[in-house]
Design a protein around this ligand. Structure first.
Ligand code: NAD
Length: 305
């Protein structure tokens, strides 16, 4: 049994921490929102009054926070408070690569090992303990963290040095964000052409258009019963989170000079969806949004002629 300080008990952190409790660990949980801590206690966890208090005797510190600035602030305080103790630090939030590298370097300078370990799999994967962890950090730190990550996830991938976990996450989600738009556009066009949706599904699921956005997450109701399209696009993976990840990818592209024109365009489309009030809906709601006849607003004039 290990002692774990778990910071950030929101939609993802709460079920992840609950799986560690189920696996028999002593999980000291902290969140700024008292209701989140109360839910952690109801799941068998231990409440603490501050992140610093959670650190006491911790073998692992795991954080699951909204964005880079929260991670930066948290670890600036924690690293200063650790004074001689050497728990493994694991940040599973999705943040920018630069912040992940900088926080890891600060930890290393203080004699601490740190992993960036963002996840894929959403709230469902967090609850089921089937998340994919994309992990950046030294090999020895990865070996130390792998057993605890396995109790929250199914696939634990060592992506490379510090920041590589975040890099893998934003590259993967850029593929997903773009491919989902492509699949939605194909179904919109099929509708206009009078092509049966099920027929397009049968063809594209078994031919060269095949991808996860078709086979596992089809954005039209019917072909894939478990997809959010069958429950009025309740997330799932929210449009706002897809926009966040694509924005991180665009920041990284700008910083490195990578050419990602479709990633940039996809980010603009999800931003327009968010502005249209769809931020909390699943990102596959792009199908319904595109179907609503938004072409004039979306296609630059030169292309529309
Ligand atoms: P959330 O907003 O539900 O939870 C974040 C929690 O962090 C909140 O409860 C908030 O009160 C807490 N918090 C913020 N600052 C804090 C601090 N200084 N100390 C303690 N607690 C603090 O977000 P979420 O959906 O759980 O997502 C968490 C991270 O996981 C994000 O980076 C997100 O991009 C990523 N992610 C989310 C999903 C998803 O489907 N929700 C999927 C993959 C990755």
């Amino acid at each position: 049994m290990a002692t774990v300080a778990f910071i950030g008990l929101g939609n993802m952190g709460r079920p992840m921490a609950a799986n560690l409790v189920k696996a028999g660990h002593d999980v000291a949980g902290f969140d700024l929102v008292p209701e989140a801590v109360a839910a952690h206690v109801a799941a068998g966890g231990r409440a603490v009054a501050s992140a610093e208090e959670a650190l006491r005797e911790a073998d692992f510190v795991i954080s699951m926070l909204p964005a880079g600035r929260h991670v930066r602030e948290l670890y600036a305080g924690l690293i200063a408070a650790l004074a001689g103790k050497t728990p493994l630090l694991i940040d599973s939030s999705t943040i920018d690569v630069q912040t992940a590298r900088e926080v890891s370097a600060t930890a290393q300078a203080a004699g601490l090992e740190m992993l960036d370990a963002p996840v894929s799999g959403g709230v469902g994967g967090a609850a089921a303990g089937t998340l994919t962890f994309m992990v950046g950090g030294a090999a020895a730190a990865f070996a130390r963290g792998q057993p605890i990550l396995q109790q929250m996830g199914r696939n634990i991938v060592h992506a490379g040095a510090a920041g590589a976990g975040q890099a893998a996450k934003i590259c993967n989600n850029m593929i997903l964000g773009i491919s989902m738009i492509g699949v939605c556009e194909a179904f919109v066009l099929a509708d206009r052409l009078g092509l049966d949706r099920q027929k397009l599904f049968e063809v594209s699921a078994t031919s060269s258009g095949q991808c996860w956005s078709v086979t596992s997450y089809c954005p039209v109701p019917g072909p894939v019963p478990a997809s959010p399209a069958n429950r009025d696009y309740a997330a799932g993976f929210a449009t706002g989170l897809m926009l966040k990840d694509l924005s991180l990818a665009q920041e990284a592209a700008a910083a490195t000079g990578a050419s990602t024109p479709l990633g940039a365009h996809a980010a603009r489309l999800y931003a327009a969806m968010a502005e249209a009030g769809l931020s909390a809906s699943d990102f596959s709601v792009a199908f319904r949004w595109l179907s609503s006849g938004a072409r004039e607003r979306l296609v630059p004039e030169a292309e529309a002629t």
